[in-house]
Design a protein around this ligand. Structure first.
Ligand code: NAP
Length: 244
């Protein structure tokens, strides 16, 4: 029986690539997106070419009732969830002086509360199964902080504390909980930056280039695989040496 992976925020970018990479490795995929668009349907087709099943599950992870329905639809279809990847995330960068409370709360609600919502729902199935992997997508700025990203950094630092706490809580049920902390990865999230800003960031990266969604997905694949069976509570940086 194939393993089942549920990936949040998989309409594009890193989440989409994680879904494709896990499909290539034989996982059936539950692909969460906020809205089922033509491009999401195209991704489903691409995934099915790897001879695995793919279910599109719409829902906003920041809403608890949506996280319940995303989880239920996945379990109804596949009977289980072996791997949860909490990838959905947003930015809304600005200096604190200009930041309204809602700018702070919206980012926390999607990135951190969304991770809580999905984990709370999925972990109850994994606990019954006494097995599972939860992989949370944090960021290097959750470790280092970053001017203009106090909301985003706080959400990503929160994900690290959440990951370590749950790794301790769930180890007895054979559920491994880890995080990845990408650095500067080429997606829509970073494409909004001006070329000169991008170039400045790249110059601070020892490998002198942006990372790719595939390079993040490959580490997630490792954390979802039997090869990482003695790793829990860790934060793996995928950043070309950006933060050491
Ligand atoms: P992206 O291209 O902007 O994609 C973000 C994804 O999250 C989209 O699929 C988006 O769906 C989805 N999403 C946003 N809010 C959601 C919600 N409330 N419910 C469900 N899905 C939601 O960004 P990305 O670069 O792939 O980022 C993926 C993850 O990696 C994020 O957690 C991000 O913080 C993290 N990360 C990225 C970088 C980087 O350099 N790119 C670095 C460190 C960490 P829609 O299509 O509906 O908007």
């Amino acid at each position: 029986m194939s393993k089942v992976a549920l990936i949040t925020g998989a309409s594009r970018g890193i989440g989409k690539q994680i879904a494709i990479t896990l499909a290539k490795n034989g996982f059936d995929i539950a692909l969460n997106c906020r809205k089922e668009t033509d491009s999401v349907i195209e991704t489903k087709r691409e995934i099915e070419e790897y001879k695995v099943k793919c279910l599109i599950v719409e829902g906003d992870v920041s809403k608890y009732e949506d996280s319940e329905s995303i989880t239920k639809k996945t379990v109804d279809e596949f009977g289980k969830i072996d791997v949860l990847v909490n990838n959905a995330g947003i930015t809304n960068d600005m200096l604190l002086i200009r930041m309204k409370q809602e700018d702070f709360i919206n980012v926390i609600n999607t990135n951190l509360v969304g991770t809580f919502n999905m984990t709370k729902n999925v972990a109850s199935y994994m606990m019954k199964a006494k097995s599972g992997r939860i992989i949370n997508v944090s960021s290097v700025v959750g470790i280092s902080g970053n001017a203009g990203q106090s909301n985003y950094s706080a959400s990503k630092a929160g994900i690290i504390g959440f990951t370590k706490s749950l790794a301790k809580e769930l180890a007895g049920r054979n559920i491994l909980v880890n995080a990845v902390a990408p650095g500067f990865i080429q997606t829509d999230m970073t494409n909004i930056l001006k070329d000169e800003v991008k170039e400045k960031i790249v110059q601070q990266i020892p490998l002198k280039r942006e990372g790719t969604a595939e390079e993040v997905a490959n580490v997630v694949k490792f954390l979802a695989s039997d090869d990482s069976s003695y790793i829990t509570g860790q934060v793996i940086q995928i950043d070309g040496g950006m933060l050491m």
